[in-house]
Design a protein around this ligand. Structure first.
Ligand code: NAD
Ligand code: ZN
Length: 369
């Protein structure tokens, strides 16, 4: 049976529904939270043939009318202003009005693009997330951040637009390439380290998640959304200087630098960069005396056991120290020019710091790389 979680975000809060078989029931699940039984579905060309038929039937079963099915090319390049205009024009041409909802069926790319389209179409129409990657189910579909990339950087144009409901159908993950599933798991491990008991669960059940076990996936997604929902609800617009949404950047200062240095060429997936970032964040925390020496090895061992790179040396290529340091110095999450890291004392006890000496970071990268 599906599990349901209420998150206190947006004007009225919303539910995250997690479990198998949700596409077939989508109409009945979404109709109660929509102003009208009328939607446009946005997907990508890889996901649509796999999962749109089941969603279409699930919507029809509750007499939810689909005005248009819009598929963008798969991949990060679709998070683009020109593509956004195409999607908006297609929606309006199909007869979208203020009471028509936008349903995003796909990974984080589709969720961010379709969510931004919903935020700006006629100054905002209702939005539904139907995430089909583990990353989207445990991370991007909850929290309300939507947007596209600019030449100046990723996610630099966007809006906060919370969904009316999130349907995380764990069955859709069966068609996901295993590497994408593992990459999404890095965000589950991150949530575990932020939350505590979820980390213990990960150490015991991570392998089942990676193997695609339905019960394990449901637990991982639900607990991730519970943690992210609670953190975001306390800091919906990322205004808190310490703590709040910034904590979700655990492993990401390093991870973003690795991704940027790799040039977003697909050689290192976001989740893989984050996994290495988690290992480095734990190692940095230990070096600075915040946590015991035991934690870096445990974090690294668990991620490695789940088939993820956990150290710089596990990545398919080497990165120059100056390159990584330069990227971190320019991270958009920095305040007043200082590098900002999320550090850990233990799982469940993490904090942000802008006081990490750059020399300590450089020494760590030199020793690790
Ligand atoms: P993605 O959407 O590109 O999906 C990865 C690949 O998997 C794509 O090729 C896609 O076509 C394919 N795919 C998706 N679902 C599938 C399925 N069920 N079966 C087979 N193939 C499937 O990437 P992603 O990792 O889901 O998301 C990454 C994006 O999410 C980035 O743009 C990132 O910036 C964004 N993001 C947003 C937030 C947020 O809060 N809004 C948070 C984290 C990440
Ligand atoms: Zn991430």
């Amino acid at each position: 049976p599906p599990r349901r979680l209420a998150v206190g975000l947006g004007e009225r809060g919303y539910e995250v529904v997690v479990g198998p078989g949700l596409l077939a029931r989508a109409g009945g699940l979404i109709a109660p939270v929509l102003p009208a039984r009328r939607v446009v579905v946005v997907s990508d060309a890889a996901v649509a043939p796999l999962h749109l038929p089941a969603l279409r039937e699930g919507l029809a079963a509750a007499e939810v009318k689909v005005l248009a099915e819009i598929a963008v090319p798969p991949g990060e390049a679709s998070k683009d202003f020109a593509r956004l205009q195409d999607v908006l024009e297609a929606m309006l041409a199909a007869g979208l009005d203020r009471r028509t909802a936008v349903v995003a069926l796909g990974g984080g790319v589709v969720g961010d693009l379709a969510g931004f389209a919903a935020a700006v179409a006629m100054r905002g129409v209702p939005f539904v997330q139907v995430p089909t990657t583990l990353l989207a189910q445990v991370d991007s579909s909850v929290g309300g951040k939507t947007g596209v990339n600019l030449r100046a950087g990723k996610n630099l144009a966007g809006a906060f637009h919370q969904p009316r409901i999130v349907l995380a159908d764990t069955d859709t993950l069966a068609t996901l390439p295993p590497r994408e599933l593992r990459a999404g798991y890095a965000e589950v491990a991150k949530h575990g380290l932020l939350q505590g008991p979820l980390w213990d669960w990960c150490e015991r059940h991570g392998a089942e998640v990676i193997a695609g076990d339905a019960a394990a996936l449901t637990h991982a997604v639900l607990e991730s959304c519970r943690l992210k929902g609670a953190i975001v609800a306390a800091d919906e617009r990322e205004e808190s200087a310490e703590g709040g949404r910034a904590l979700l950047n655990l492993g990401h200062t390093f991870g973003h630098a690795i991704e940027a240095e790799a040039g977003f060429d697909g050689s290192v997936l976001h989740g893989e960069a984050v996994a290495v970032g988690l290992g480095l964040a734990a190692a940095l925390s230990a070096r600075l005396g915040h946590c015991s020496q035991e934690w870096p090895s445990r974090v690294i061992a668990h991620l490695a056991a789940c088939g993820l790179p956990a150290r710089l040396a596990d990545l398919p290529r080497r990165f120059a120290l100056e390159g990584l340091m330069g990227r971190m110095a320019k991270d958009k999450k920095n305040r007043d020019g200082a590098m900002r890291f999320v550090l850990m004392r233990a799982p469940g006890d993490c904090f942000t710091s802008s006081e990490v000496p750059p020399e300590a970071v450089a020494a760590l990268l030199r020793d690790e790389g």
